[in-house]
Design a protein around this ligand. Structure first.
Ligand SMILES: *Cc1c(COP(=O)(O)O)cnc(C)c1O
Length: 332
């Protein structure tokens, strides 16, 4: 697999392949953010996607691209939550066995949901890397690995969001994309720039343990220390042997913006109080960047990808009640 395996054409093919399996989510105008920014702002609500995040798009595209033999044996993945949940759902929908490996840091609500969806779960170690090693062991036993981001079929599936945005907002000038391993950002950037090259695509992530941002700055994939963040779905490394998302993010993203926990919390509060959307920290970073005036000059319409809603509701309530950095306060 190489970065050239993701193109506008592969994204278009993914769109056709997954159309009957996923929800075409709304791109809803935000009157309040439009007033704040002085240009039209719309929210691409992947919070409304089946399983509560966009990850179902990539997982479904990957499963539908497997050989009949691979489908019969089953699939494996290591996941911080939303990818595992999406893969569990998609595998059950296709009648494919799935094993999901994850670290002990994964929130309990996400673990319970994956089990409910019918996948076998393996809890291994304290980091994404430990879970990844177990998944690799199972892939040597013959299970097909469906990686959370560094996989051309997964990236092409996530990119379908980009084409939906262009179909609904042809004059979009800036797209704000949550960024972790870069599957979403790489797919959306490839999809959008393939059709409308001048559109700006900006990756947004958290200051705490931003592996892609550190890798882009270094010019090659690097390791970062994992820290707890409100944006837990943005945690984890990009893989030192990253083949696809690092080069695509390097070549296609116009900018990367890093946010503090307080800025992310403000984004979650705006989404709930004003837009009436329950959103996890990772999903709120685009809105947070606008509220904090961290995106430079806006010359035209903005689409903000609101990537998921799978937040522990006790944590969500604390943030709504004004807590800005629950994990810092927990350790203090
Ligand atoms: C996985 C995820 C992201 C980041 O996607 P990458 O492809 O890893 O960059 C953002 N938001 C949510 C809700 C996610 O689940």
């Amino acid at each position: 697999m190489s970065p050239s395996d993701v193109t506008t054409a592969t994204v278009e093919a993914a769109g056709t392949r997954i159309a009957s399996r996923i929800r075409r989510t709304p791109l809803d105008a935000s009157p309040s953010l439009t007033a704040l920014c002085g240009v039209p702002v719309a929210l691409k609500l992947e919070t409304r996607q089946i399983t509560g995040s966009f990850k179902l798009r990539g997982a479904t595209n990957a499963l539908l691209s497997l050989s009949p033999q691979a489908r019969a044996k089953g699939v494996v993945a290591a996941s911080t939550g939303n990818h595992g949940r999406a893969l569990a759902y998609a595998a059950a929908a296709e009648g494919i066995p799935a094993i999901i490996c994850m670290s002990a840091l994964v929130p309990g609500n996400k673990l319970a949901e994956i089990r409910r969806l019918g996948a076998e779960t393996r809890i291994v170690g304290q980091s994404q890397d430990d879970a990844q090693l177990e998944a690799e062991r199972l892939s040597r036993e013959g299970y097909a690995m469906v990686a959370p981001f560094d996989d051309a079929a997964v990236v092409s599936g996530q990119g379908t969001i980009g084409h939906e945005i262009l179909d609904d907002m042809a004059d979009v000038e800036t797209v704000l994309v949550p960024l972790s391993g870069g599957g979403l950002a790489a797919g959306v950037a490839a999809a959008i720039k393939g059709r409308k090259p001048k559109t700006r695509v900006i990756g947004i992530t958290m200051e705490r343990g931003a592996a892609m941002a550190a890798s882009l700055a270094a010019g090659h994939p690097v390791l970062v220390r994992e820290e707890r963040s409100l944006a837990d779905s943005l945690g984890g490394g990009i893989g030192l042997k990253n083949r696809i998302t690092f080069p695509l993010c390097r070549d296609l993203l116009d900018e990367v913006i890093l946010l503090s926990e307080g800025e992310i919390a403000a984004g979650m509060r705006h989404l709930y109080a004003v837009e009436r959307e329950v959103c996890e920290g990772a999903g709120a970073v685009g809105v947070a960047a606008l509220l904090a005036w961290r995106v430079g000059r806006l010359a035209g319409p903005v689409a903000v990808i609101v990537s998921g809603r799978n937040v522990d509701m006790t944590l969500h309530r604390a943030v709504m009640n004004g807590v800005d950095d629950p994990f810092q306060e927990e350790g203090a």
